[in-house]
Design a protein around this ligand. Structure first.
Ligand SMILES: [Zn+2]
Length: 147
């Protein structure tokens, strides 16, 4: 399950140094969004999960890449090999798809959001831009912009 994948992310990758940086605005580059849409649709009805890359510059958290996009998912789980992450990882959060009509985080999602990263995206079917939602570590919804 996605929860297990996120747990693995916590365990393996994520001595994140970004947790202390604050920001007032979240932007996702269009190319990243399109990649996430594509992979979510190709993976459906399985889930997919990825680590998002970015940085905070002048109070803006800009998501500019997918740090790792290899995955191996089945109907019940998504799995990524996080040990391939570069050590200078600019991982700022996660993305995962839900194969249903809700893009709200599960309790387990929220629990693991709290352990790593600044922002976490979830997309629901049918994975259009408006089907994406962004959350903070506590699972509170945050606005974001596509640039
Ligand atoms: Zn979830």
């Amino acid at each position: 399950m996605v929860e297990q994948v996120l747990k693995k992310a916590v365990d393996k990758a994520l001595h994140s140094v970004f947790g202390g940086k604050d920001f007032e605005r979240i932007v996702m580059e269009k190319g990243v969004l399109l990649t996430l849409m594509d992979v979510s649709r190709q993976t459906y009805p399985k889930e997919t999960i990825m680590i998002l890359e970015g940085r905070v510059v002048r109070k803006e958290l800009r998501i500019s890449g997918v740090l790792f996009e290899q995955y191996d998912a089945n109907e019940w789980s998504a799995h990524i090999e996080l040990y391939h992450l570069p050590t200078s990882s600019a991982a700022v959060g996660t993305f995962h798809s839900h194969p249903g009509p809700s893009n709200r985080p599960s309790n387990a999602d929220v629990h693991l959001f709290g352990k790593f990263g600044l922002v976490h995206f979830i997309a629901r079917v049918p994975y259009r831009e408006q089907d994406f939602a962004c959350y903070d570590k506590a699972g509170r919804r945050l606005p974001f912009f596509v640039v």
